[in-house]
Write a protein of this length. Structure first.
Length: 208
C-alpha cells in the first residue's frame, strides 16, 4: 500500500465535516486519521498539513482529473450531497477545487478553538464529534467560541447518552481517547456526568 493510499484510507470520513447523522469512528480510528494528517508528527495539524490532506481527498474523488467534482463522482466517496451543496457556491452543480478548499479552510478555522493556528488532537477529536452532533455559530464569526462549545457539548451529551440514564459509559464514548475520558472522569467512577463531560473538554482546551 502506497503512502498516498494509506493516507486516504486513514482519513476516510474524518476528513469531511458531515452535516448528517452517522456512526462516530472509534478512538483508534480518530488517532490514525490524526496521525495521517500530522505529517511531521509534532502533535499538531498545521494549516499546510490540513490543506495537503484536503487536496489529496479531492483529487482521489476527481476521477477524470478535470479539477471539478460532479454528482457522479461522489459515488464511493465520503462527500455527502449536503456537503456538496454547501461548498457549491455558484450553484452550477459542480464543485471546483477552489470551492472545496474554501470550505475546508473554514472548517479548520472553526475547529481551531484555542486560535493557535493549528489543530491539537483534542480539537480534532471534538471536530469529529461535532461533525455529527452539531454546533451553532451564534455570533456568525466562523469560530467555535467557549460559550458555543459548552452548548454544543451539552447537545452532544444528550445524543451520546443512548440509554438515557444521565451518564456516558465507555461504550457510549468509544470515540473518545482514553486520556480524555480519564480527564473528564473526575470522581473516577468509570462514567461521565454531563458536567464532567463538558468541564473535561473545556479544561483540555484551557477554556476554564
Amino acid at each position: 500500500m502506497t503512502m498516498k493510499t494509506r493516507l486516504l484510507t486513514a482519513l476516510g470520513a474524518l476528513l469531511l465535516f458531515l452535516p448528517v447523522a452517522r456512526a462516530l469512528p472509534s478512538a483508534p480510528e480518530i488517532k490514525t486519521a490524526f496521525d495521517a494528517i500530522d505529517a511531521d508528527h509534532n502533535g499538531v495539524i498545521s494549516l499546510d498539513e490540513w490543506e495537503k490532506a484536503s487536496f489529496a481527498l479531492f483529487h482521489a474523488a476527481d476521477k477524470n482529473n478535470d479539477n471539478v467534482l460532479d454528482a457522479s463522482e461522489l459515488a464511493g466517496t465520503n462527500i455527502t450531497q449536503d456537503t456538496f451543496a454547501l461548498a457549491d457556491e455558484n450553484h452550477d452543480g459542480r464543485l471546483s477545487i477552489a470551492e472545496f478548499m474554501r470550505l475546508r479552510r473554514a472548517i479548520f478555522t472553526a475547529a481551531d478553538i484555542d486560535r493557535s493556528g493549528g489543530l491539537s488532537f483534542v480539537e480534532f477529536e471534538l471536530l469529529t464529534l461535532l461533525a455529527q452532533t452539531g454546533w451553532t455559530d451564534r455570533n456568525h464569526n466562523g469560530r467555535i467560541e467557549p460559550s458555543e462549545l459548552k452548548a454544543a457539548l451539552v447537545q452532544a451529551f444528550g445524543q451520546l447518552d443512548l440509554d438515557h440514564d444521565g451518564f456516558l459509559s465507555p461504550a457510549e464514548t468509544a470515540y473518545m481517547s482514553p486520556e480524555q475520558f480519564k480527564l473528564c472522569d473526575e470522581n473516577k467512577d468509570g462514567k461521565l456526568t454531563q458536567d464532567e463531560f463538558v468541564r473535561g473538554y473545556l479544561t483540555a482546551l484551557g477554556a476554564i
